[in-house]
Design a protein around this ligand. Structure first.
Ligand SMILES: C[S@@+](CC[C@H](N)C(=O)[O-])C[C@H]1O[C@@H](n2cnc3c(N)ncnc32)[C@H](O)[C@@H]1O
Length: 215
C-alpha cells in the first residue's frame, strides 16, 4: 500500500475507517500513535504525517505499519524533518532490572535507534528517556523535563539531535510530580505514560518548524 501522496486508509480512534489523501510529507513523525506532535506541526502549517505499528488515535495523515517498511516508499527528498519516538522498553534505565537475559531485545532496540538516526533526512530529533542509548550510541544533545514546558511533572527525557537547535523551555512551572510513575495499572498504562505532552509537542513544532523553514 500507500506512500505519502497516495490514498491511504486511516482508521480513527472510534474505529471508523476513513480514506484521506495525504499531502506530500515534509515532516515525518515516527513511532507516534497519538497524533499529538503530528497535529502540532499541522496546526502551524507544515505538511506532517505520522507512522506507527498502531492506528492513529486522532484522524489525520497516518500510516499504520512499520517505519522500516514505510521508508522505502517514502520520498526522502521531500522529508525535511524526522521526529522519532522509538520504544524504550529495552533501553530505559527504569527497566534496567529487566535487562539481564534481554540482551537480544536490547540489541534490536538499539539497532532500530541507529536506523532512525542514520536515515538520510537533513534534520532529525529522536526522543527517549534516560537509558542505554547514551552509553551504547552517544549521549543526547540535551535532557528536557515536562515542567519546563508547562506540565508540573518530572520525566527526564533525552533528545538526540541532527541539524536542529536545542529545545528552549517555554513555560517553567513549579510542580514536580511523578505522574508517569504512578499511572494506574491497566492495558492502557503504557500508552498513558508514553503520549507526548502537549507543551513539548508545541515547542517542537514551533521551534523546530520555524528552524527548518529557514535552514
Ligand atoms: C514509546 S511509544 C511512543 C508514543 C508517542 N510518544 C505518542 O505520543 O504516540 C513507541 C511507539 O513506537 C511504535 N513502534 C514500535 N516499532 C515500530 C516500528 N518498527 N515502526 C513504527 N512504529 C513502531 C509502537 O507501536 C509505539 O506506539
Amino acid at each position: 500500500m500507500s506512500s505519502i501522496g497516495h490514498v491511504v486508509t486511516v482508521p480513527s480512534s472510534v474505529d471508523v475507517t476513513t480514506s484521506l489523501v495525504v499531502a506530500v510529507g515534509k515532516v515525518l513523525i515516527a513511532c507516534e500513535f497519538s497524533g499529538i506532535v503530528r497535529d502540532a506541526f499541522l496546526d502551524r502549517g507544515h505538511d506532517a504525517v505520522s507512522v506507527d505499528l498502531l492506528p492513529t488515535e486522532r484522524i489525520g495523515p497516518h500510516y499504520t505499519g512499520s517505519v522500516s517498511f514505510f521508508m522505502p516508499d517514502f520520498d526522502m527528498g521531500n522529508c525535511d524533518l524526522l521526529v522519532a519516538f522509538p520504544p524504550c522498553t529495552h533501553l530505559a534505565v527504569s527497566g534496567a532490572r529487566w535487562f539481564k537475559g534481554k540482551e537480544k531485545e536490547q540489541a534490536k532496540a538499539l539497532s532500530f535507534v541507529r536506523f532512525l538516526l542514520e536515515l538520510p533526512v537533513k534534520h532529525i530529533a529522536l526522543e527517549n528517556p534516560v537509558g542505554v542509548i547514551s552509553t551504547k550510541i552517544r549521549k543526547p544533545d540535551q535532557y528536557i523535563q515536562p515542567w519546563q514546558f508547562g506540565h508540573p511533572e518530572t520525566k527526564k527525557t533525552g533528545l538526540w539531535l541532527k541539524n536542529l537547535p536545542l529545545l528552549t523551555p517555554t513555560d517553567i512551572v513549579e510542580g514536580r510530580n511523578g505522574r508517569v510513575h504512578f499511572e494506574s495499572p491497566g492495558p492502557d498504562r503504557w500508552k498513558n505514560r508514553s503520549r507526548t505532552l502537549q507543551g513539548i509537542a508545541d515547542a517542537m513544532a514551533e521551534q523546530w518548524g520555524n528552524y527548518i523553514d529557514t535552514n
